[in-house]
Every structure is written in structure tokens, then in C-alpha cells.
Ligand binder design. Structure first.
Ligand SMILES: [Zn+2]
Length: 414
């Protein structure tokens, strides 16, 4: 072989190698693309980015998303607790009590409620605890076993609506205000939901708020202090001064971190604090240097909306609060570890729906953005209202695929 032939041979060999490597590589990325597509298609099976993140804004249990939808019926507007399949977006009644027709015009399904409460939690062993208002106008705390479909009343009260704090270690914790005398202290109860026994009872000042009870600690707020305390509420292990009210919280069971937002509505200022539950120390989190109204963490990302109120107008029923979309309808995303580097606008809803009221927020689960279908309506006197409070209408949820912007409605079942 002469030199030229050798060179040609080497060149051909190199080209063949490059081609083969290219094919292998394209196959690899081809496989990866398919996997990514499967991620999008099979949200609840393959994407675990929110696993281990307990939230005040969503309940995920056994791969299903639990929420409350509303429907106008002969009994008035009723709240229906549902479980949603995140792939098909079909909402199913949670009630599978044998022989229950749910709503026949006379009888109210035992899990339905005459108020609009979304006040519920699910224990690790599959007990749904919910607050329900029945035709007797009393508030009932019910336990519904998702496996045996047995429903048991744990407690009922003529007082104000019980506020469920959490289910922890077989105990449901809730706070209760006296409806008749607003000056009386508030009570925090814990009920063993197997025996219905009261196992925890503490009287606290009215403005003492409990946000989370973990196995060892309680996270609470009193006056301008957010703190980690013991069950007796006597020992403070960590605390931080805050200027505003506490908003949405998340507890990351993997990192053992408690995250919560602080909001001052008057000054339109919001930020996020977190507590390392091992070190028992608080710090302020800088989320892209932003003034944060609402946020959500997953295992790897932070989603947030800056405080950017879109003011619609005065409201007859809402007084000085008026009608606002506090987030301005925008959601940004940023890496949780390197959150100062770059944030990406992932959603902008324009002015069609209200993403963030004071009481209703959004959640992002994998590629799915979920929020209540709340529109702004004008009343006969020219004031504005959230149509959420229009009791003649049904209440849906909107699901938006944040990759494709395709949106769907999650509607209440029959
Ligand atoms: Zn039923």
C-alpha cells in the first residue's frame, strides 16, 4: 500500500467511526427523548419531583390528586371532595360507600358539604379526614377510610369551622374558635382517629397560628415571631422575626426543611423563610432577588410568582381588599440549589383567569399547573367580585400543561 492509499484508508476509517458514533449517539438521545416524552405522558408514574414535599396547597395520595369541586344542585351549592387522575384529568367522587347515590335531591352524600371548605388531609395509612357542613348546619369532622369505605364522625361542633392543621402519627390536629365569643382563646385539639379520643388540647391566644406539626416539633406563629416549639408549646427551639402574615408552607421530608412565605399585603412585600429542622435554625431564602407573593418547591426547583397585583376594582363584599390577582398571572421557575442564577418565565395567563387570590393558589405537579377556575365578575352596582363566590355556579379546576400551554377543565362528577 502506498502512502496515498494508506491516507485514504485512514480517512475512510475515521469517517466510518464518526458515522457509527453519530448513530449510537443519536440513538441514545433518541431514547432519552422518548423517556422525556413518557415523563410528560405518564406524569404520576414517572415524575417524582414533588415526592416527599408536604404542602398546604395540594394533597397527593397513591398517585392521585385530591381536591374539592363545587356543583349547583337542588340542595344548593355543594362541595364534593374528589380524587383526580392526573393523566386523564378525570375527577372521581371519593365516596364509594355501598348503596350511596351521592345526591338524589333529598339526601346529601355523607362526604359532601354545604360549605365551600377545602379543609382536609390524608394520613399515610389512607384515612381521609375532612370538615363537612351538613343540613343540620353543624360542622362535622369525618374520617373516611379510602380502603374499606367506612365513614366515622370524629367530632361535631356548633362553634366556628374547625381548621385542620395536619394528620400526624394517627392523630388529626385542628384549631377551633368559639363562634359566640371572639375574645375567648382558641383551642388546638388532637384526636386519635382510630379511637376518636382527644389526646391533645391546648388553649392559645386568638392570633397564635399553628402551621405544621411534625413528629417532634410544632411550627407556629405568634405576634411577629415564627418559631419551632415543642408539643407543650413551652420551649422555643428556633425563631425568626417576620414582618407580615405567614402564607403557603412546604415541608421537605427528604431535606428536613420547613419553607414558608411571609406576606405583607399593605406594603405589597413578600419573601420566603426556611428552617433546617436538624440544625433548628431559620434563614431567609433569596429567590432570584424577587419580591415573592407565592411559591412552590419541588425536590429540584422553585416555582414562584412575584408580588405584582393586578387590581380589578372595588368590591362591595370584600371592602378595602378589593378584587386582585396578586401574582399578576405570571409564574417563574428556577433551580432550587442555584436560585440566584437564572429564572425562566414558564406561564403567563394574561387576564383571563385569576391565579392567586388570598385564599386560592396554584400548584405545579410535574408538567401540570392546577388552579381553581376563578373569574372576575361585575355586580349590578359596578363593583367587582370573584366569581368563585357566586354560589349559583359550579367550581372547576383548570389544568394547564406548561410545556404545551394546552388547558383542560377538571369538572365535578355527578
Ligand atoms: Zn356518596
Amino acid at each position: 500500500m502506498n502512502k496515498k492509499a494508506v491516507r485514504t484508508y485512514i480517512c475512510v476509517f475515521v469517517v466510518v467511526i464518526i458515522f457509527v458514533l453519530g448513530v449510537i449517539n443519536s440513538n441514545r438521545s433518541g431514547r432519552r427523548t422518548t423517556e422525556e416524552n413518557e415523563y410528560v405522558l405518564h406524569t404520576r408514574q414517572s415524575d417524582i419531583d414533588y415526592e416527599g414535599i408536604l404542602s398546604s396547597e395540594y394533597i397527593i395520595h397513591d398517585g392521585l390528586y385530591y381536591c374539592v369541586l363545587k356543583k349547583a344542585t337542588k340542595n344548593g351549592t355543594i362541595s364534593i371532595p374528589v380524587s383526580v387522575n392526573l393523566m386523564t384529568l378525570e375527577a372521581k367522587r371519593i365516596c364509594e360507600i355501598e348503596g350511596c347515590n351521592h345526591d338524589d335531591g333529598e339526601f346529601l352524600c355523607p362526604l359532601d358539604s354545604l360549605n365551600s371548605s377545602t379543609n382536609m388531609c390524608i394520613s399515610d395509612d389512607g384515612n381521609l379526614i375532612l370538615v363537612q357542613k351538613n343540613k343540620d348546619w353543624l360542622f362535622h369532622i369525618l374520617r373516611y377510610d379510602l380502603h374499606t369505605h367506612e365513614v366515622i364522625e370524629l367530632f361535631s361542633t356548633t362553634a366556628d369551622e374547625p381548621n385542620i392543621i395536619c394528620c400526624n402519627n394517627g392523630v388529626i390536629y385542628y384549631s377551633l374558635l368559639d363562634a359566640k365569643d371572639s375574645k375567648l382563646p382558641k383551642t388546638i385539639y388532637g384526636i386519635d382517629f382510630k379511637t376518636s379520643e382527644i389526646v391533645y388540647e391546648k388553649y392559645v391566644p386568638q392570633d397564635f397560628e399553628i402551621y405544621l406539626i411534625q413528629n417532634r416539633y410544632i411550627c407556629a406563629k405568634y405576634e411577629s415571631e415564627c418559631m419551632i416549639v415543642d408539643y407543650s408549646l413551652k420551649t422555643i427551639y428556633a425563631s425568626i422575626n417576620i414582618d407580615g402574615e405567614l402564607g403557603t408552607w412546604y415541608y421537605d421530608t427528604n431535606a428536613e426543611e420547613f419553607w414558608v412565605s411571609v406576606i405583607d399585603y399593605q406594603r405589597e412585600i413578600g419573601y420566603v423563610i426556611k428552617c433546617d429542622m436538624n440544625e433548628l435554625s431559620f434563614e431567609t431564602v433569596n429567590i432570584a432577588g424577587s419580591n415573592v407573593y407565592y411559591f412552590q418547591i419541588t425536590n429540584t426547583r422553585i416555582y414562584y410568582s412575584p408580588f405584582d397585583p393586578h387590581y380589578y376594582g372595588n368590591s362591595r363584599t370584600r371592602g378595602a381588599k378589593g378584587v386582585f390577582d396578586y401574582s399578576g398571572g405570571k409564574i417563574y421557575s428556577i433551580d432550587r440549589e442555584q436560585n440566584e442564577i437564572s429564572s425562566v418565565l414558564i406561564y403567563d395567563n394574561g387576564e383571563t383567569n385569576v391565579l392567586c387570590t388570598r385564599t386560592s393558589k396554584y400548584s405545579i405537579l410535574s408538567n401540570m399547573l392546577l388552579f381553581y377556575d376563578i373569574k372576575v365578575c361585575k355586580d349590578s352596582e359596578g363593583g367587582y367580585e370573584y366569581c368563585y363566590f357566586d354560589l349559583s355556579s359550579d367550581l372547576y379546576k383548570i389544568a394547564v400543561d406548561i410545556n404545551t400551554s394546552k388547558s383542560s377543565l377538571i369538572i365535578p362528577p355527578d
